[in-house]
Design a protein around this ligand. Structure first.
Ligand SMILES: [Zn+2]
Ligand SMILES: [Zn+2]
Length: 193
């Protein structure tokens, strides 16, 4: 999750334009280049952008996966769909899950092999890092993918406001993973009884 509105705006600009000059950012936001560098450090750490000489560019994602099936439940997924959860693996391999529900379960399976996991902010549809995202479960708004449904948000305030409006519970990455694994495990045990 990004700490300030300026960082969000910078990330959006980089997403839209592909690459942006540090000097232009410093002029646009009327802050020093030092400050911009600090903002970019955070974006870089989250694996969202890459610094280049005198500027910044969107982190090039490895070749788009050709799969159109969820890696976990094998439902068809539309690439770049709003709910999808992508797992970036070594050797430029990408796995796509239909939604965060399957994404978290697959992420848990792969563990340390996952270099980066990407999902989308439910409000703005921008790409966010899953490990830094906020997850809403048990909400009244049903998107019709996998149960229990998991929606992803990049911004904690938006997620909290969403919960106020539609109900649900907010989790961070670790909590959401635990919860999905737990619920799925409980389901499988109860059917066995
Ligand atoms: Zn799935
Ligand atoms: Zn799904």
């Amino acid at each position: 999750m990004l700490k300030s509105e300026r960082q969000e705006q910078i990330y959006q600009m980089v997403q839209e334009e592909g690459h942006v000059k540090i000097r232009d950012l410093s002029n646009k936001f009327a802050v020093s280049e030092m400050t911009i560098h600090r903002d970019l450090k955070l974006l870089t750490e989250q694996g969202l952008v890459k610094k280049i000489f005198g500027g910044v560019q969107i982190l090039e994602q490895p070749k788009e996966a050709q799969q159109n099936q969820c890696v976990y439940c094998h439902k068809p997924v539309s690439n770049g769909g709003k709910l999808t959860y992508q797992l970036i693996l070594p050797n430029n391999q990408i796995e796509v899950a239909c939604c965060a529900h399957c994404g978290l379960l697959r992420h848990e399976q792969l563990g340390g092999d996952v270099l980066q996991a990407l999902c989308h902010d439910f409000m703005t549809n921008t790409t966010i890092s899953a490990t830094a995202a906020w997850f809403v479960m048990d909400t009244s708004l049903q998107m019709g993918c996998c149960e229990p449904q998991v929606l992803t948000f990049g911004n904690q305030n938006y997620a909290e406001n969403f919960v106020k409006g539609f109900g649900g519970v907010l989790f961070n990455f670790e909590e959401a993973t635990k919860r999905v694994v737990q619920v799925m495990h409980a389901d499988c045990c109860s059917t066995q009884k």
